[in-house]
Design a protein around this ligand. Structure first.
Ligand SMILES: NC(=O)C1=CN([C@@H]2O[C@H](COP(=O)(O)OP(=O)(O)OC[C@H]3O[C@@H](n4cnc5c(N)ncnc54)[C@H](OP(=O)(O)O)[C@@H]3O)[C@@H](O)[C@H]2O)C=CC1
Ligand SMILES: CC(C)(CO)C(=O)C(=O)O
Length: 317
């Protein structure tokens, strides 16, 4: 398969380097990383060890490929879609957090698959990515059900030794991941703690509230995600990743823009469409946006301050 990986940062470089064990891969990223990959390939260390030599470029020239994997941060999704619009692909697959598939599908002619990744990745230096944890890629049709293109992409990932599941319930899986990220990422980033701190109160209860609210919004969107399932996913992730600094905490550590808009911000925005109140997500989003404005990584005025609590509080099903 010819594969284009758009967004060769931590996750894109890991997935692209692993895919290059079985496929022709081109990474689209930034210098000096791209120059280093061109000179000496990619070194993968940590939980997976590999050395591969994908092609790399800083500017996508519109060449066709069988598959485009999108791995930019959520706030760059629309720009990535616009750049990819110059090319032609049998299929495009996002591995980003949030609901990026919707943005891609709205802007691209090519069919778009939904995907999630629980592999951990960290770009150590140009040309060198660390796999901080072997997880799994789950992908499938955006609206659920089966899609032969998803089967082909799943096989391509497995042929390259990437743990991959092709699923027929992607809407639920995307919302379940969003519900976990809404709880874990914002709370750990604001409290500056590893994920394991959410094993105990008060962090545990705060994360659970954000997760419950998200599951409620998912159901309003027609996605079958019970509170029990979402909370059990939250517990599982907190236990399995207790030593992790969440991706949002890492962004805060590095004083970089976070994915708050795509995570808690999306929950708030979708809740408003259904006239639901999600006070915990609203407050977490406002605090993170306040931090972003304060650090100068976000323009002032973006996002609203939460109104005083209303009587329509979260349900506790
Ligand atoms: N890292 C991880 O372990 C995991 C990440 N994810 C998700 O994957 C997504 C990516 O995360 P991550 O890899 O950590 O993010 P990174 O910031 O490390 O990687 C994104 C890369 O894409 C580059 N990029 C953005 N736009 C362009 C462009 N137009 N042309 C070329 N390069 C571009 C960015 O460069 P620049 O910064 O200079 O703009 C950056 O190097 C996120 O949604 C994240 O939540 C999911 C699971 C695990
Ligand atoms: C699963 C979790 C919460 C692991 O830290 C994650 O997805 C993230 O940090 O973005």
């Amino acid at each position: 398969m010819d594969v284009l990986v758009f967004g060769a940062g931590s996750l894109g470089t890991l997935v692209g380097a692993l895919l290059a064990r079985a496929h022709d891969v081109t990474l689209v990223g930034r210098d000096p990383h791209v120059s280093r990959v061109r000179e000496g390939g990619v070194r993968v260390s940590g939980a997976v060890e590999a050395r591969t030599a994908p092609a790399a470029t800083t500017k996508y020239d519109g060449s066709a490929a069988d598959l485009a994997v999108v791995a930019v941060k959520s706030f760059d999704t629309a720009a990535a879609a616009d750049a990819l619009g110059a090319g032609s692909f049998e299929v495009v697959c996002s591995l980003q957090n949030g609901l990026a598939e919707e943005t891609l599908a709205a802007r691209l002619d090519a069919p778009v698959l939904a995907g999630t990744a629980t592999y951990g990745a960290r770009l150590v230096e140009p040309g060198h990515v660390e796999c901080t944890g072997v997880g799994r890629v789950v992908l499938g049709a955006r609206s659920g059900g089966t899609d032969p293109r998803a089967e082909r992409v799943g096989k391509a990932f497995r042929d390259a030794g990437i743990e991959t599941l092709v699923a027929s319930d992607m809407p639920r899986r995307l919302w379940e991941k969003l519900a976990v990220n809404a709880g874990v990422n914002a709370v750990t980033a604001l409290a500056r703690v590893e994920n394991g701190a959410l094993t105990d109160d008060p962090g545990r209860e705060l994360a659970r509230r954000a997760t419950r609210e998200t599951a409620r919004v998912a159901r309003a969107e027609g996605v079958s995600l019970s509170n029990r399932r979402a909370l059990s996913a939250l517990d599982e992730v907190v236990t399995a990743t207790e030593a992790n600094r969440s991706s949002m905490l890492q962004d805060v550590d590095d004083e970089k823009r976070t994915e708050v808009d795509a995570i808690n911000g999306t929950v708030v925005e979708r809740a408003e469409r259904h006239r639901l109140d999600v006070p915990t997500n609203r407050t977490l989003a406002a605090l993170l946006r306040t931090w972003e404005v304060g650090r100068g990584v976000r323009k002032a005025g973006g996002g609203s301050v939460p109104p005083e609590s209303t009587s329509r509080g979260e349900s506790r099903q």
